[in-house]
Design a protein around this ligand. Structure first.
Ligand SMILES: Cc1ncc(C[n+]2csc(CCOP(=O)(O)OP(=O)(O)O)c2C)c(N)n1
Ligand SMILES: [Mg+2]
Length: 381
């Protein structure tokens, strides 16, 4: 049903769908306050709320285990990286992805290394879920020549073309136009690959995001716009930076389906992303997928509690929905993994991380003569 609605929406030309035209009569517009007009428009959006939990033909045990592994690798990598930053071992700022693991893991489960993604300033989780390895990731964070970008990208510009990761990005809203361009290239080449743009609720206000979404819908590009709505843009609550509650409501304005899913539930993300990616692969064009989620730590660094822009109670409430804890309970209930197996896996991940940190620490920094290698510059300029 949800699928049918979305497909119907995708078939209609964008111009016919715009609620703005229907709300045009000046008389009623003059009488109604602006807030009511917005509400009327959003009700007409081709938005669906993704169903919670598994469908009848649920994913295999292998898939469930892979998604769990992705989430746990991200959690442990991020917690350890945050501590290293606090200890002064990582130069610069780290934006941790802890709390949002279900989004990257549920989406990436449907992608291969041939599919492209663009990331954000909070990008470690995206790269790990796309197949990133601990050693070159820590090395990159440490600025070493064995890192994914030979130590010249760091946390906020980490990328790897072999894995289809077009880059984390220090420019908020910088990813979607790149993902849209990659989707254009896929369409032009006639392959079945898709690109996925991850961006935040804050970024959803950027002109670059609107422009990319507009073009993607116009050309029916195989591009999925995944908004990770964690309720804050830096230190500003969502209600203080945009007048809408659901970013997915903007989808109708672009001319694409909008879908909301529970970004704390990897199954919810997996299902919703699966439908959107399938639609894009089969030539049905883009989807705006909004994942409602939360970051446990501060905008930067590893401090989580006692912050002046959100309450500790709010953090505790979200932690009750923790994607990993709840999914582990489900895996045990389903008999997919035992507590003992889960603990052993956790210990192995932590061990691999320590080994990777040692590797990164022992790696050399790039030398001054390598300064201009692998970077774009115009000679003599
Ligand atoms: C173009 C641009 N404007 C402003 C900033 C400063 N800035 C860095 S992160 C951020 C907030 C982004 O919020 P959101 O997109 O919701 O991502 P989140 O941090 O919540 O993951 C801002 C405004 C920036 N880096 N780039
Ligand atoms: Mg945000």
């Amino acid at each position: 049903m949800a699928q049918a609605k979305k497909k119907a929406a995708a078939k209609k030309p964008a111009a016919k769908k715009t609620a703005a035209k229907k709300a045009a009569p000046k008389k009623s517009a003059a009488k109604k306050p602006a807030a009511k007009k917005v509400a009327a428009k959003t009700r007409k959006a081709p938005r669906t709320v993704a169903k919670k939990g598994a469908s009848n033909q649920g994913p295999s045990n292998k898939t469930l285990k892979e998604m769990h592994l992705k989430m746990l690798r991200i959690r442990r990598f991020e917690e350890r990286s945050g501590k290293l930053m606090e200890d002064g071992k990582v130069p610069g700022a780290l934006h941790l992805y802890v709390g949002q693991e279900a989004v990257a893991s549920g989406v990436m489960q449907h992608l291969t290394s041939e599919d492209w993604i663009t990331s954000t300033h909070r990008g470690h989780g995206h790269l790990l879920a796309k197949g990133g390895e601990f050693k070159p990731m820590f090395a990159e964070l440490f600025g070493r020549s064995t890192g994914y970008c030979k130590g010249k990208g760091g946390s906020m510009h980490i990328s790897n073309m072999d894995l289809g990761m077009l880059g984390a990005n220090g420019i908020v809203g910088g990813g979607p136009p790149i993902a849209m361009g990659a989707a254009f290239s896929n369409q032009f080449q006639g392959n079945k690959n898709v690109s996925v743009a991850f961006f935040g609720d804050g970024a959803s206000n950027e002109g670059s995001v609107h422009e990319a979404a507009n073009m993607a819908a116009l050309y029916k590009l195989p591009c999925i716009f995944v908004c990770e709505n964690n309720g804050y843009g830096e230190y500003t609550r969502q209600s203080k930076h945009q007048a809408i509650v659901d970013v997915a409501d903007r989808a109708s304005g672009y001319g694409m389906p909008g879908v909301i899913c529970d970004g704390m539930d990897v199954m919810s993300v997996y299902e919703a992303a699966g439908e959107a990616i399938e639609l894009a692969r089969s030539g049905g064009g883009p989807t705006l997928l909004e994942c409602k989620t939360y970051r446990y730590y501060d905008h930067v660094g590893i401090r989580g509690m006692g912050l002046n822009y959100r309450t500790d109670e709010e953090v505790e409430e979200w932690k009750k929905k923790d994607a990993i804890n709840n999914f582990e309970k489900r895996l045990i209930q389903l008999g997919v993994m035992s507590r003992k197996q889960l603990d052993a896996l956790d210990a192995k991940i932590c061990e691999d991380i320590e080994e990777a940190i040692q590797y990164a620490s022992d790696s050399p920094f790039p030398t001054p003569d390598q300064l201009l290698e692998d970077v774009y510059y115009v000679k003599g300029a």
